[in-house]
Design a protein around this ligand. Structure first.
Ligand code: G
Ligand code: G
Ligand code: MN
Length: 510
């Protein structure tokens, strides 16, 4: 049976639903993470750039003082102390100025005459030295700018306070480090020696174009997630929303694809419902008089499916109407080419359900069916089971009226198993009664069933209805029914339901 879901299929469906719900969320989170990294990186680039600009401005100030003082180097300290102090006073970023002759620092803005050996190797590219304090202010960062020309030299200093201030103010949320040669300064104003620490997130390092220092900006570990959780909650909600939508859509589509209705709809479109044909013979001569069309489902996986397994469901969903229409079209296509060779009107029985009689569309279906054949070459017999009778409404009465005008015959199928009244048979212009096979099977076995059979035969005679006996399997049944003048016989004795090709080839033998 193709309509049942197995447990592992259900697990697979749940997994597919989960994946399709989680995938947009995961993918979105990855994109957001990448976007956050990009944003942070842009931030650190800008911050490093801005810090470089500020440090350059300060160093310009310091370098300027040195340029002005350089010509004075070599002169007597007493004569130039005032000039040294003037630069300190005039320039906001100059903390002290000193004159050098050779490697002798001999004059300072603070002490005047003073002596200290200058080691040019302390200065990166001969120009900048980041010191951790001097005798005046130990443990306070100090950036020394050196300018020299021959024996003349000037050292001007920049207070580390200004530098760490910039690192703090521009940095704010960013970690900023200033590196000069082997020394680096952190925002707390401390000078460190050795390797500058790597900044784990979004590190940007920029080099000053004018002075020998670099600035690194970055964030501590985990900053990307922190940034995302503070900036992206609305986007995360959107992602979850998309995830739920996507999961629901996939869930719905899967459910639809797995539903029996969908499966039958698919089968209908794939023309998997095909007609089988069982011969109906004349009661007297046993020559073929026609056939009953029986639906089969040629399922790609389950093989040939019997109609009692799917017809009730098709009736329930209303799909039986297009399915029957398809069956009639296929039957017409198969049998119409043979119709010229029929010596007498060929009976073609089609099973119809009550739901097909709700409107007048059945008239159109029958007209199309008959139009396919040579005029008068067939009798279309619609078989309605006695177990589900049609209520006589204005529409149904009109329907049967129009069918009658078309020349379509009506048969009550499985007669004897339901309870149709005589009034009913007359009201709907019934032409045939199909005696249910259960009565035929009891011929010569069960006397009560035989009585019912005899009553049906008698009733048909009185009402002038033609009779078809179903399920004839033995010669005894066959003989009995022909003796009773039953007009048509159907059963395994004459032929089992067979495919279109088999039926056509068997037909040409008769
Ligand atoms: O051929 P068989 O065993 O398969 O038929 C089983 C039942 O299905 C029978 O009661 C028959 O009337 C019904 N049946 C077969 N084909 C059709 C059909 O095309 N439409 C309807 N409504 N019933 C059918
Ligand atoms: O209800 P309806 O008359 O449409 O049913 C026809 C059903 O009877 C089909 O399922 C068909 O296969 C079955 N059938 C036809 N001839 C015989 C028969 O001789 N013996 C049995 N047991 N079933 C038959
Ligand atoms: Mn039937």
């Amino acid at each position: 049976m193709p309509l049942k879901a197995k447990a592992h299929q259900r697990n697979l469906r749940v997994a597919i639903t989960l994946v399709s719900g989680l995938l947009p969320i995961l993918l979105g989170a990855v994109i957001l993470y990448w976007q956050a990294e990009r944003t942070l990186k842009q931030g650190t680039e800008q911050t490093a750039h801005e810090a470089i600009r500020q440090f350059d401005l300060m160093l310009d100030n310091t370098a300027h003082a040195a340029q002005i003082l350089l010509p004075l180097a070599g002169q007597n300290c007493k004569d130039v102390t005032l000039a040294l102090r003037e630069q300190v006073t005039r320039r906001p970023f100059v903390r002290s100025t000193n004159l050098v002759w050779g490697d002798d620092l001999y004059c300072s803005s603070l002490f005047g005459e003073y002596h200290e050996v200058v080691n040019p190797g302390d200065y990166t590219l001969g120009g900048l030295w980041l010191m951790n304090g001097n005798p005046v202010t130990p443990n306070t960062a100090l950036l020394v700018y050196r300018l020299s020309e021959g024996k003349k030299g000037v050292l001007t200093t920049l207070d580390g306070y200004h530098l760490s201030n910039i690192l703090r103010l521009i940095g704010r949320k960013t970690t900023l480090l200033l590196q000069v040669g082997p020394d680096w300064l952190s925002a707390d104003g401390k000078v460190h020696k050795g390797e500058r620490p790597e900044l784990p997130v979004a590190q940007s390092t920029e080099l000053s174009e004018n002075y020998a220092f670099t600035v690194s900006a970055g964030f501590p570990e985990g900053e990307t997630w922190r940034y995302m959780s503070s900036e992206y909650p609305p986007l995360f909600s959107l992602l979850i929303f998309f995830g739920v939508i996507s999961g629901s859509i996939v869930h719905f589509l899967q459910k639809r694809a797995m539903s029996p209705t969908h499966e039958m709809q698919r089968a209908l479109e794939a023309s998997e419902f095909i007609p089988y044909f069982q011969p109906v013979v004349h009661g007297d001569s046993k020559r073929w008089a026609g056939c009953e069309v029986l639906m089969r489902w040629k399922h790609p996986k389950e093989g040939l499916v019997r109609p009692d397994l799917f017809i009730p469901f098709a009736e329930h969903t209303g799909l039986i109407v297009p399915m029957t229409r398809s069956l009639m079209k296929q039957t017409a296509a198969l049998l119409a080419p043979q119709s010229a060779s029929f010596s007498e009107p060929f009976h073609i029985g089609i099973n119809i359900t009550a739901s097909h009689c709700q409107d007048l569309v059945l008239v159109k279906d029958c007209r199309e069916f008959l139009d396919a054949f040579a005029p008068g070459s067939v009798h279309l017999v619609l078989e309605l089971t006695e177990r589900e009778l049609i209520s006589p409404t204005a529409t149904t009465l009109q329907l049967f009226e129009q069918l009658h005008e078309l020349g379509v015959k009506m048969a009550i199928d499985d007669f004897g198993t339901g309870h149709s009244s005589l009034g009913y048979l007359r009201q709907f212009n019934v032409d045939f009664l199909k005696i249910d096979q259960s009565f035929v099977a009891m011929i010569g076995i069960d006397t009560l069933s035989s009585h019912i059979l005899d009553s049906i035969i008698e009733l048909a005679g009185k009402l002038d209805l033609a009779l078809v006996a179903e399920g004839v399997e033995t010669e005894e049944q066959s003989d009995y029914l022909s003796d009773q003048r039953v007009n048509f016989l159907q059963g395994y004795l004459y032929g089992k339901p067979m495919s279109g090709a088999e039926f056509i080839s068997a037909l040409s033998d008769y």
